[in-house]
Write a protein that binds this ligand. Structure first.
Ligand code: SF4
Ligand code: FE
Length: 519
């Protein structure tokens, strides 16, 4: 047990917190550091969270067949830390030990490069969104943001944050990022909304802490985490001061309601069997999390009214997070592998147009990776000592991600053929009156079992049309900001004037004093 919690009387597992439980009582929920994927899965049991799915309250999310694959994906981050500590852990200056890299604040370009490599590996292992990066990017931002707010306002957010971070690292916990507010009428500022809870806001304060109400939409891994950090979703003005709030709460905090977001073909997980799921083991997760007068003790408040820092927060978060989308190159590796495998099973792998399509897929996938990894190599330090990705290149990375996985998927579907979407069900392959016929007529190459051919087709279906198309395609489009958000950032930073000077100088149009600056 950590020094921080050594003096705390542990609460029985699953016991609810009092609404205004202190910071210490909140840490008391976490009695033992998590050492393994199994520890992690067990740590989610018996939490008594208010979770709704299909209009009903879910008794135990961990055992729900539709939810479990998303938990497995996060568990893989614990497993990878055991299997490849060089890649998936890092030395923490706060604990003096190696900690999961998903909890490590980057303090060099190498840290960010290693993070990207770990993300690609996680994508290869799970074929889905493994849900941990928004939380990592959130704590990375909080390191520098709390430092900068303290410098400007004489607050003590940075030391509070470091305490939280140390606790997360010592206990090996997952923190989710609660960023996206429902936003209501997009033409109106938070304080102008008809429903004041369209953006999360402070509704009350007392000597012990503050109370927030509102909701966070499509929160990645929101239900699979131990803590959630809520923060503003966009730049704010002085009139929005009460919306300028950042704080962290454990998921057991009273006042939280989770409504599970469904995914394409998700009920296949409830049909029994695994082949039709394509990737039965892993999936992503998004939830709507509603906050109803949720209390946050001052020790876990990291912004309260410093509205001018909301835009800094958003910009830094996106600079980190848009490079995190190299995660999709791991999924791209799986897509290329699946497409090459089905070509092989169909006996056409040596056709030149097949090879050319695979080359195109790899080219697109590596183009995504190059922009992301370049943004990490071009990282720069912030005053707190944390390093951050180059913003232009991370925006280019995410913008590539809004397009290339669609083309990669189109090529994978091209190689798969129409059978991918006309295959009978797993049950028909098992049923006595149809199995022989299906085995016979869906055979590809003689030496390949029909079942293997069906399995790989179902995987391509899963990633391009089914459950993990959420993670590979639509999340690629909208996650970390929709395409236009990246174009706005590219427009802001593209410095066309410098480029014009280069062109004019070479064309002999004019010689201007600042030419030297533009070199
Ligand atoms: Fe991580 Fe990618 Fe999922 Fe975002 S979409 S949480 S970057 S795996
Ligand atoms: Fe995401």
């Amino acid at each position: 047990m950590s020094e921080q919690t050594a003096s705390i009387t542990p609460m029985p597992a699953g016991s609810a917190l009092e609404p205004t439980a202190s910071a210490e009582e909140r840490w008391g929920l976490f009695q033992h550091p998590l050492h393994s994927a199994e520890d992690y899965i067990n740590s989610l049991r018996g939490r008594g969270l208010k979770v709704y799915l299909f209009g009903e309250q879910v008794e135990e999310p961990v055992d729900h067949p539709m939810i479990r694959p998303s938990i497995n994906a996060l568990a893989a981050s614990y497993q990878l830390a055991e299997d490849d500590p060089e890649l998936a852990t890092a030395e923490s200056p706060y604990t003096g030990t190696r900690v999961n890299r998903f909890l490590h604040i980057p303090t060099s370009p190498e840290d960010l490069v290693n993070k990207n490599q770990m993300q690609r590996r996680m994508g290869q292992l799970t074929g889905t969104c493994f849900q941990r990066c928004a939380g990592l990017d959130c704590i990375s931002v909080m390191h520098s943001l709390t430092y900068d707010i303290d410098q400007a306002h004489g607050t003590e957010y940075h030391s509070r944050f470091l305490k939280l971070l140390e606790g997360l690292q010592r206990h090996n916990l997952i923190i989710a990022a609660g960023m996206t507010d429902p936003k209501g009428d997009r033409s109106k500022a938070p304080h102008e909304q008809a429903d004041q809870d369209m953006f999360m806001r402070v509704v009350d304060r007392d000597e012990k802490g503050l109370y927030v109400s509102g909701a966070k939409a499509h929160m990645t891994g929101g239900l699979n985490s131990h803590w959630v950090m809520v923060m503003p979703t966009m730049r704010l003005s002085e009139a929005d001061r009460d919306y300028a709030v950042i704080g962290a709460v454990p998921l057991q905090t009273p006042g939280l309601t989770f409504i599970y977001g469904r995914q394409s073909c998700d009920t296949r997980a409830m049909e029994g069997g695994e082949i039709d799921q394509g990737n039965a083991r892993y999936s992503g997760q998004e939830v709507l999390v509603v906050f109803d007068r949720v209390f946050i003790p001052w020790e876990h408040v990291f912004m309260d009214g410093e509205w001018e820092f909301a835009s800094v927060l958003v910009e830094r978060f996106t600079d980190y997070h848009r490079a995190s989308y190299v995660c999709k190159t791991g999924l791209g590796d799986v897509m290329v592998g699946a497409a090459a495998t089905i070509a092989e099973y169909n006996g056409v792998e040596s056709a030149s147009h097949i090879k050319d399509k695979l080359v195109e897929m790899v080219h697109l996938n590596e183009t995504i990776f190059s922009s992301g990894i370049a943004s990490s190599h071009q990282a720069y330090p912030l005053p707190s000592g944390a390093w951050i990705n180059d913003g232009m290149l991370s925006n280019v990375c995410k913008h590539n991600v809004t397009r290339f996985p669609y083309e990669i998927s189109r090529l994978a579907q091209d190689l798969a053929g129409g059978l991918m979407v006309t295959l009978p069900s797993e049950k028909d392959f098992e049923a006595s009156n149809t199995s022989e016929l299906l085995e016979r007529f869906f055979k590809g190459r003689d030496d390949i079992p029909t079942e293997d051919r069906v399995r790989i087709l179902r995987l391509i279906e899963n990633m391009t049309l089914g459950r993990n198309a959420v993670g590979y395609l639509t999340e690629s489009l909208h996650g970390a900001g929709s395409p236009q958000a990246q174009r706005i950032q590219i427009l802001r930073n593209m410095d066309v004037d410098a480029k014009k000077r280069h062109a004019r100088k070479l064309a002999g149009i004019e010689v201007i004093a600042t030419d030297a600056d533009a070199s």
